[in-house]
Every structure is written in C-alpha cells, then in structure tokens.
Design a protein around this ligand. Structure first.
Ligand code: C2E
Ligand code: MG
Ligand code: MG
Ligand code: MG
Length: 284
C-alpha cells in the first residue's frame, strides 16, 4: 500500500513536471514569436529626487502584450528567457528600443533624464561594450544618457573580466547601477571593488519602513555605506508617504515607486516630463 502511494505520488509529480516543461516550451516558442510580431513594449518608471522632487531618471521595463494571454509579467517570461538564452535577443531589443525612444524624445526637444536599462548577467561578456557602443552610435545617443542596471549575481561571479568589462563601460561614459541590492550575496565591503555609481535598495527592505525595526536598520546601513562610497542611493518600490519621509530623512537620494508613478507607456512618461510632474513632500 505504501509502495502504491509512492508510485501514485511519483506519477502525479512527473505529470506535474511534464505540464510545467510543456508550458515552459510553449512560452519559449511564443516569446520568439513575440520579437517578430512586435508584441514587446517598454514601459518607463520615473525616478525622482528626494531633494528637488523632480524626475531625474527613469527605468525602462519590458512588457509583453500576448494576443491571447494578455499582458504577461516579466516575472514570468524573463526567467524563461534567461534559461533558454533568449534573453540575449530580448536584451538587445530593449537597448535598441530605449535608444530609439531617447533619440525620438531628444528630437522633440525634451530635456531627457537618464534612462536605465536592465541587463541580464548573460549579456555580460567581453563583447558587451562594443555592442552597446554600436547601438548608441546608431541612434546618436550619448553614453551618459543611458544607465545600466545589473544584479549582484554578476558580482558574485567575481571574475576579473567582469570588473574589466564594467570599467570599459564606465570609461565610455556610462553609469552602472546595482539593482535589488540586499537580496543577493555580496557583502557591503565587497562593493568597492566595482565601478558602480548607484545602489538600488530592494523593495523587500522598503516595504516595512518605517515600522519594521529590521528593515529600518538595513535601510540605514545601506544608505550610510553608500554615502561613504559616494554612491547614489535609489529606493525601489516606495508606495507610501511614510516610507518616503523615512528615506528622505536617512539621506536617500532618489525614489522609484507607485507613490510617484507606476511604470507607464512612453507617451505617458513624456507627458510627465512635459508637465514637470513633481513629488509633493508635504503629503504625509
Ligand atoms: P527590477 O529591475 O527590480 O524592476 C523593478 C520592479 O519593481 C518592476 O517590476 C516595477 O514595476 C516594480 N515596482 C516599482 N515600484 C513598485 C512599487 O511601488 N510597488 C510594487 N509592488 N512594485 C513596484 P516589473 O516591471 O514587473 O519587472 C520585474 C523584474 O523583471 C525587474 O525587476 C527586472 O529584474 C526584470 N526585467 C524587467 N524588464 C527587464 C529587461 O528589459 N531586461 C531584463 N534583463 N530584466 C528585466
Ligand atoms: Mg531594475
Ligand atoms: Mg530593482
Ligand atoms: Mg527588484
């Protein structure tokens, strides 16, 4: 009887795995088509200064409008793309599209803040600086206009050539931001080895502010250290005025989150820039 249970449990398990593998494969196939069928789009989420309240940047975030599934979250398709290697093509598309958009905005005489693009660790190889330079040049975009967001997994890989590639990008004039800081394995001291100008505190530590003591302590430690290393600090996922006030008093430089704006289509971001939308500090 026990054996029978084990057997049926195994059948159930393998059936579930089978389903998941099929779903995975289907997503992969459809994601390839998405590139061809123009189902991908970039949304932009503003970053605002905690001193001036003004928009000082934006993060480009990938969106997939599937004809049947509707809007598919990057949380679902980015991991599939990472596993299959399709992230390389997606990543190229994202950089290309961000540069095309920046060019269009500049041609329309908009004063552009820095636009950040997320990079997968898989995109990080010897050829990256040249590939990036070629895209920038094709669109006539200055390297200072684009920021690259990388994650700790890349630093932990720790190879010397990672630092060399980063140095090359920085020498070109690009800024590097460390995304989701605090969720990975890199220690604070470790950070100074890398030419990173901006730290983004992960939303996981922002959510509990200002009521969770541990989150407050972590946020304080990150901000203090970043100030010592002369890095800019961006808090991710800021949703409430209380969180904003706490971060502002800590000396955090910028905020990105639903409190100011969700990620929005290019036209909506453009409108915010034109209207000079600002963060209100007295909304406690
Ligand atoms: P991320 O780079 O850390 O981006 C921030 C995520 O937090 C975005 O989710 C954004 O919509 C969300 N967010 C921002 N403010 C708030 C807030 O106040 N509350 C809440 N609940 N969420 C907030 P999104 O757009 O779903 O992207 C998820 C992740 O997918 C990104 O995390 C990034 O790791 C990845 N991703 C998105 N676009 C790209 C891309 O073009 N390339 C690569 N490699 N990864 C991407
Ligand atoms: Mg990011
Ligand atoms: Mg992030
Ligand atoms: Mg994050």
């Amino acid at each position: 009887r026990a054996a029978q249970n084990i057997e049926s449990a195994f059948l159930f398990y393998s059936e579930e795995m089978n389903q998941r593998a099929k779903e995975h494969l289907r997503l992969e196939t459809e994601l390839r088509l998405a590139l061809v069928n123009r189902e991908l789009q970039l949304y932009y989420q503003p970053k605002v200064s905690l001193r001036s309240g003004r928009i000082v940047g934006a993060e480009a975030l990938l969106r997939w409008r599937h004809p049947v599934r509707g809007l598919v979250s990057p949380g679902v398709f980015i991991p599939v793309a990472e596993e299959t290697g399709l992230i390389l093509e997606l990543g190229s598309w994202v950089l290309e599209e961000a540069c095309r958009q920046v060019r269009e905005w500049k041609d329309a005489n908009l004063i552009m803040p820095t636009i950040a693009v997320n990079l997968s660790a898989r995109q990080f190889d010897q050829g990256l600086p040249a590939r990036v330079a070629a895209v920038l040049e094709r669109h006539g975009v200055q390297p200072e206009q684009i920021m690259l967001e990388i994650t700790e997994s890349l630093l932990v890989r720790g190879a010397d050539n990672v630092i060399a590639i980063m140095n090359e990008l920085v020498a070109m004039g690009m800024a590097l931001a460390l995304d989701d800081f605090g969720t990975g394995y890199s220690s604070l001291a470790y950070l100074k080895k890398f030419p990173i100008s901006t730290l983004k505190i992960d939303r996981a530590f922002v959510t509990g502010l200002p009521y969770e003591e541990n989150d407050c302590a972590i946020a304080r430690a990150i901000v203090t250290m970043a100030q010592q290393l002369r890095q800019e600090i961006v808090a991710e996922g800021v949703e409430t005025a209380e969180q904003m006030s706490f971060l502002r008093e800590l000396g955090c430089d910028q905020l990105q989150g639903y409190l100011f704006s969700q990620p929005v289509p290019a036209a909506d971001f453009e409108r915010m820039l034109r209207e000079g939308k600002r963060l209100a500090f007295n909304s406690r």
